[in-house]
Design a protein around this ligand. Structure first.
Ligand code: TRP
Length: 359
């Protein structure tokens, strides 16, 4: 990942992302946000601070927002599929509890329910070479971590499907982490190649989307050594109770030095806990460290437990309420599907016309 070429691409994406961020504040209605998650489980506080809060912020600025649940993508690297439906509904509950408000401008739906968007896959497959797919660094890493014994074609081609996810609704802004940049770049190429080949003497059909890179630093798990993730067992789930949260934080790794300081390079575990407090209270992590000082790891953990439980209290109450309303959750999804399909049908019609396949 750290080759010169990739880091140059990252720098360019970061610059572009900053410019778009500034312009969105001025002209939210000119953009369309498309984001997505795989329904592999419930969300944790890393998702909340890293991406959910940002989605809510963009929604509240008035940017039309499509939130896609990538259920088909689960099949590319998981043998298990028995919990997809349940996980999809839990994702919706997490989104709504975090402040996403479905409306005619803000929709949530599983991509498996949008056949006309999925159909874009066929022409798009012809615009990408197999070599391009094989050198995608994110796919390569996922293959090396995957539980599958052979690489299925879905794994290799899902970045093209992700382009269908983004382009069917002409999404222009995709808030993502760094690992998704190769997919956004491929989506840009597909948009460009489609327009060049099929819209020669006409208006281009697809806008080239941009990545909006998160400003929140990557949140480490409670082990302090790797990214927070449910599968690594180092996460605090949004749905955890206050007692569960306290017990998890009690077990969090710190270090042997009693006096608390904010030093991300030399004391990553302590710095991560301070950063989490800071994300809850909006206070500077250095000031928090100074206040805790000789209170040590015990006071640090107690401060985090109180701050996090307080921050998440309204979200967790709303979560409980929504869990008791499965019909409402389903209606949110069905409404999202209806609106997404209307956009997909329109785009597929344009695409057919451009490809000379109308009858
Ligand atoms: N690939 C994304 C992930 O692994 C999920 C995803 C699917 C997505 N389609 C998308 C993200 C479209 C953004 C836009 O998390």
């Amino acid at each position: 990942m750290e080759s010169k070429e990739i880091s140059a691409t990252y720098e360019a994406a970061l610059e572009r992302s900053k410019r778009i961020e500034a312009d969105i504040q001025l002209h939210p209605e000119r953009y369309k946000v498309l984001t997505g998650d795989r329904p592999t489980g419930r969300l944790h506080i890393g998702h909340y601070f890293g991406s959910l809060q940002n989605r809510v912020r963009l929604q509240n600025l008035g940017v039309p927002t499509c939130i896609l649940i990538a259920d088909y993508q689960v099949l590319t690297d998981h043998e298990a599929f028995s919990e997809i439906s349940q996980n999809t509904k839990q994702l919706v509950i997490d989104y709504l509890a975090a402040g996403i408000k479905p409306s005619e401008k803000v929709i949530i739906y599983p991509h498996s329910y949008i056949p006309e968007a999925n159909q874009l896959m066929l022409p798009f497959l012809t615009l990408v070479s197999s070599a391009e797919l094989e050198r995608n660094p994110t796919v390569k890493e996922e293959i090396s971590k995957s539980e599958l014994s052979t690489v299925n074609a879905g794994m290799l081609t899902y970045p093209i499907h992700q382009a269908c996810d983004i382009l069917y609704c002409k999404g222009t802004v995709v808030p993502v982490g760094k690992d998704q940049l190769p997919h956004i770049e491929l989506t840009q190429k597909i948009a460009r190649r489609f327009n060049k080949k099929f819209c020669k003497n006409a208006e281009p059909i697809f806008p080239e989307p941009c990545a909006l890179l998160s400003k929140t630093p990557s949140i480490l798990g409670l082990d302090g050594s790797q990214k927070m993730s449910k599968s690594r067992g180092n996460a605090i789930m949004l749905c955890a109770t206050e007692d569960e949260t306290a017990n998890l934080i009690k077990k969090a790794k710190t270090d042997a030095e009693r006096h608390i300081t904010y030093d991300p390079v030399n004391r990553p575990e302590v710095a991560n806990l301070l950063m989490l407090i800071s994300l809850c209270t909006d206070e500077d992590p250095v000031a928090i460290a100074e206040r805790i000082g000789d209170g040590g790891g015990g006071l640090l953990k107690k401060t985090l437990t109180d701050a996090l439980n307080e921050k998440l209290r309204p979200l967790r109450a709303e979560r409980k309420r929504l869990e008791a309303a499965p019909d409402y959750i389903r209606s949110v999804l069905l409404d999202g599907v209806e609106r997404a399909r209307a956009m997909a049908i329109e785009t597929l019609n344009e695409v057919r016309r451009a490809m000379n396949m109308e009858i």
